[in-house]
Design a protein around this ligand. Structure first.
Ligand code: ZN
Length: 283
């Protein structure tokens, strides 16, 4: 699997000279399977550039097909959807796997942001592409393009966020953004979900100091991410979803402190990469 980053920021886009290196767009990641099929994870503002990159491919001619995994429906995970050109082209097919127990709930979430008060697009029924909604209840497993996917709900403030584990040809990638564990840390169930991951992408919104001051928002610090990676025996930790007020220099410092924490916790063999827009990593 090849993992590419189109948006790595949390909560709200943060463009500008101080965030140029890591990027200002909100959460959007793609996974290319061994057969080069496309799985999109989350639909933040990074999805706009992804759409542009797909237009010269079969998606520009209405012959594209992709799966979308949606962790939860906060703005920074859905706002790119109405600005993703392939959804307007008849013939394209998307299957969106997201939170909830019913298609109606998922449809309501997506329709909500296209309400005329918020958007000129009025309704997802105006889109040309075929969009199939598939709810993912806690613990649900399914297969997309030969990749085994399982979704498990993590606590995220007053709501929940799905962590997805993807497995193909014996390799594993876990996407665990937007998670605020209780004081006791991640549950045994969620640690088993992350266990031995070749790559664990984990929420790294805050420093431990800022997390302590904003605990109710339901995010992780780099310390939480390092502890989860060591406890789950992950092989590679990817930092993700940086606070909108963190400059590139602050993220550099978080990376250094996270590296030191991994080493201190016994995770010297765990590779560490801070996600950045435009970066592609091989799982
Ligand atoms: Zn978020």
């Amino acid at each position: 699997m090849k993992v590419s980053f189109w948006g790595v920021r949390g909560s709200i886009p943060a463009p500008g000279p101080e965030t140029n290196r890591y990027g200002g767009n909100t959460s959007c990641v793609t996974v290319r399977t061994a057969a080069d099929d496309l799985i999109i994870i989350d639909m933040g503002t990074g999805m706009r550039a992804l759409g542009g990159a797909l237009m010269p491919t079969p998606f520009g001619k209405g012959a594209g097909s992709a799966a979308i995994l949606l962790s939860h429906a906060h703005w920074d995970h859905i706002q790119g959807f109405p600005f993703f050109p392939p959804i307007f082209i008849p013939g394209n097919k998307f299957t969106l796997h997201g939170p909830g127990h019913s298609n109606e709930m998922l449809e309501g979430i997506l329709e909500g942001q296209m309400n005329p008060h918020f958007s000129p697009m009025h309704t997802i029924k105006n889109l040309g592409a075929q969009i199939t909604l598939m709810p993912v209840p806690h613990g649900h497993s399914f297969e997309v393009f030969g990749v085994r996917v399982r979704g498990l709900s993590n606590p995220h403030g007053s709501t929940e966020s799905l962590a997805f584990r993807l497995e193909e040809n014996g390799r594993s990638f876990v996407y665990a953004s937007d998670v605020g564990y209780p004081a006791s840390g991640p549950s045994d169930e969620i640690l088993a979900h992350y266990a031995g991951a070749d790559m664990l992408l984990h929420d790294c919104t805050y420093s431990p100091e800022d997390r302590a001051a904003r605990i109710e928002r339901g995010f992780s610090s780099w310390q939480d991410a390092a502890e989860a990676a060591v406890r789950a025996k992950a092989k590679h930790l990817v930092m993700f979803h940086y606070d909108q007020d963190y400059t590139d220099e602050i993220v550099d410092a978080m990376r250094d402190r996270c590296r030191a924490a991994l080493d201190e916790l016994g995770g010297q063999d765990i590779a560490l990469t801070p996600a950045a827009e435009g970066l592609t990593l091989e799982v």
